[in-house]
Design a protein around this ligand. Structure first.
Ligand SMILES: [Zn+2]
Length: 91
């Protein structure tokens, strides 16, 4: 599982393609990569609310203010990598 923050302009299909390329000839080859897109979380300095956006616009989702801070949304972490144990033979 890869968690991708909303600020990372990552295409999940592209991620899977890259993963397949980098995992080739490794025990992870053929493993499924699940990508989870995380919403962009913003804290508004104008109205004080914290909200999430599905897009990457840096605007308060409540009042539309540009005076916002990014709380989260830059994540790009590999949460878990499931490898079929039977697929790896140490020849
Ligand atoms: Zn606001």
């Amino acid at each position: 599982m890869v968690k991708v923050g909303g600020m990372q302009k990552v295409n999940p299909e592209l991620m899977s393609f890259i993963f397949a390329a980098v995992s080739k000839d490794t025990p992870a080859e053929g493993a499924m990569l699940s990508v989870m897109m995380l919403p962009l979380t913003l804290k508004c300095s104008s109205c004080g609310k914290i909200g999430t956006r599905e897009d990457t616009k840096l605007l308060c989702p409540f009042c539309g203010s540009l005076n916002v801070q990014v709380v989260s949304g830059y994540e790009l972490t590999i949460e878990a990598l499931e490898v079929e144990s039977g697929m790896y033979t140490n020849e």
